[in-house]
Design a protein around this ligand. Structure first.
Ligand SMILES: Nc1ncnc2c1ncn2[C@@H]1O[C@H](COP(=O)(O)OP(=O)(O)OP(=O)(O)O)[C@@H](O)[C@H]1O
Ligand SMILES: [Mg+2]
Length: 498
């Protein structure tokens, strides 16, 4: 039997996990010391979430040993894992939307203490003290559903602290946060570490990964490839270890002089949300729209596809007016919309991959009332291949895929519909750096084939690498227009926030 590292709070040795047909983890070693921040990085499908599920007792390893605080643990289940102080904050935060901030923070501790009478006062005291501990101020009585996403995340962190967490694991903690919110999250992580709480951070945003952590573990295809102190890595070397390749620097190519205007947006206004929005989109153009959370970028994106109804204004496509607030009319005009929150808005998780891609294309493959499954599958397959979806079988349910691969299925589904204008809200949220570069290439190819693409994003390098033009939104208005490569990342960040 292997002996435990005496300093480690968590020590996992030789962890293997096999699912039918897939080896998700193959002899992985992983350790975390008390008060240390550790980053777990790797491409989509490399096994990060699986390792976390095993540590939190949600999945049992096929092989390997787990030590917590020097003590070997067998048949770890979620209750035993959280009793040992291991808390996971999942991407959806698993909060109770219709309960208050205080109730959410105190709920699990009250349950674990077998306290059947939920004592309101204690809950408030407890909630107040943990909020103070991380130095944030959120009103205790607010219902969680009305909080912005960054605050929901803080409530989830507080709930973990209320349960006396010694290790907080965050799977993709920054994908929904703006740059500013990410900085305050990193500040909180520093405080937690000073308190002796360890943090495991799973993220595809490599710069952030390095800023906050002591140690880096890199997985590739379910195996350890490299580990070491964070100071030994930079974004480029992390990418190389993750993907086994260097990513080429790309530049935006020019749009053809003769290309015509596809989409024309005039005086679009929705009271209190966005105001006087005017722009044109040409065939072959990639137009970025950016702004901080709450700037109106997402409601505007939704309005372009009829999911939000503006009060006034006009959208025309090829000089034909598209009725406002009517997604079916937008889809008929061949406007496509890929939502930001694809996992809840964009996919049927329990259905097969192929069905998810093919849905909406069914009529194109129907003859005499019969579905031509062969042509349907062939078409879906083209896009799954182009987006390099890593799946054992196209009949597998989408929920058995890794997070990043689910994102790709959502993209494939919209691309298979052959749109003329494609609105992409956060095109590379949750995908790894290698895939991100692939998705950017696909966006460029789509534009080169004559599609007009609108990229809604707050990922500044992404905008600068793909867009011909960038519109900046603030308080519901377009405040700035930037010609693609004419600006630095710092300058763009400045114009966004000031
Ligand atoms: N329940 C399951 N059944 C079958 N295969 C699974 C299951 N869960 C995960 N896998 C497979 O295990 C592999 C590792 O997946 P995992 O979710 O751990 O990746 P990840 O590193 O978290 O990726 P991402 O960055 O995309 O979230 C993938 O090939 C995935 O398809
Ligand atoms: Mg994952």
């Amino acid at each position: 039997m292997a002996s435990a590292n005496p300093h480690a709070f968590i020590d996992m040795k030789g962890i293997t996990k096999r699912y039918a047909g897939v080896t998700a983890l193959d002899g992985v070693d992983f350790s975390v010391n008390a008060g240390e921040a550790v980053c777990l990085v790797g491409e989509n499908g490399s096994g990060k979430s699986t390792l976390i599920k095993i540590l939190s007792g949600v999945e049992q390893p096929t092989d390997g040993e787990i030590f917590i605080n020097g003590e070997q643990r067998f048949n770890l289940d979620p209750r035993a894992s959280s009793a040992a102080g291991v808390m996971v904050i999942f991407q959806d935060f698993s909060l109770f939307p219709n309960l208050s901030v205080a109730e959410n923070i105190a709920f699990s501790t009250q349950l674990s203490k077998q306290n059947t009478l939920f004592k309101k006062r204690n809950a408030r005291d407890l909630a107040r003290s943990v909020l103070q501990r991380i130095g944030v101020d959120i009103p205790l009585d607010t219902r969680v559903e009305s909080l912005p996403v960054a605050h929901k995340q803080l409530v989830a962190i507080c709930r973990a602290l209320a349960c006396e967490a010694r290790l907080i694991i965050m799977d993709e903690p920054t994908t929904a946060l703006t740059e500013l919110e990410v900085h305050s999250l990193l500040e909180i992580i520093r405080r937690l570490k000073q308190d002796g709480v360890a943090v495991v951070f799973v993220s595809h945003k490599l710069a952030e990964v390095l800023e906050v952590s002591e140690k880096v573990f890199i997985l590739r295809n379910g195996k350890n490839v490299v580990e070491g102190p964070a100071t030994d890595f930079d974004a480029a070397s992390l990418t190389r270890h993750m993907t086994g390749r260097d990513l080429p620097q790309v530049t935006v190519s020019a749009i053809s002089e003769t290309s015509q205007t596809l989409l024309h947006v005039k005086d679009l206004t929705k009271a209190g949300v966005f105001e006087d929005i005017n722009f044109e989109l040409r065939a072959g153009e990639i137009l970025g729209i950016t702004g901080l959370l709450g700037s109106g970028r997402t409601p505007l994106a939704k309005a372009l596809f009829g999911l939000t109804k503006p009060d006034s204004g006009r959208i025309t496509m090829d000089a034909k007016v598209i009725p406002l607030g009517d997604p079916l009319a937008s889809a008929t005009a061949r406007i496509g919309y890929v939502p930001e929150d694809r996992l809840t808005e964009g996919l049927f998780l329990t259905q097969s991959i192929i069905r998810n891609v093919a849905v909406g294309r069914l009529t194109a493959h129907e003859r005499y009332g019969f579905l031509n499954m062969k042509s349907l599958n062939a078409e879906a397959d083209i896009w799954l291949n182009r987006l390099k979806v890593k799946a054992p079988d196209i009949e597998a349910p989408v929920q058995s895929l890794s997070g990043g691969n689910q994102q790709r299925v959502a993209l494939a589904r919209w691309l298979a519909r052959a749109p003329r204008v494609l609105v992409l809200n956060g095109p590379s949220v949750g995908v790894d750096v290698g895939s991100k570069a692939d998705i950017h290439n696909i966006i460029r190819e789509l534009a080169a084939s004559g599609i007009g693409v609108i990229v809604i994003s707050d990922d500044l390098p992404e905008l600068l690498a793909t867009c011909h033009r960038i519109l900046v939104m603030r308080n519901g208005k377009i405040t700035d227009e930037i010609k693609g490569a004419s600006i630095s990342e710092e300058e763009l960040a400045h114009r966004l926030a000031s």
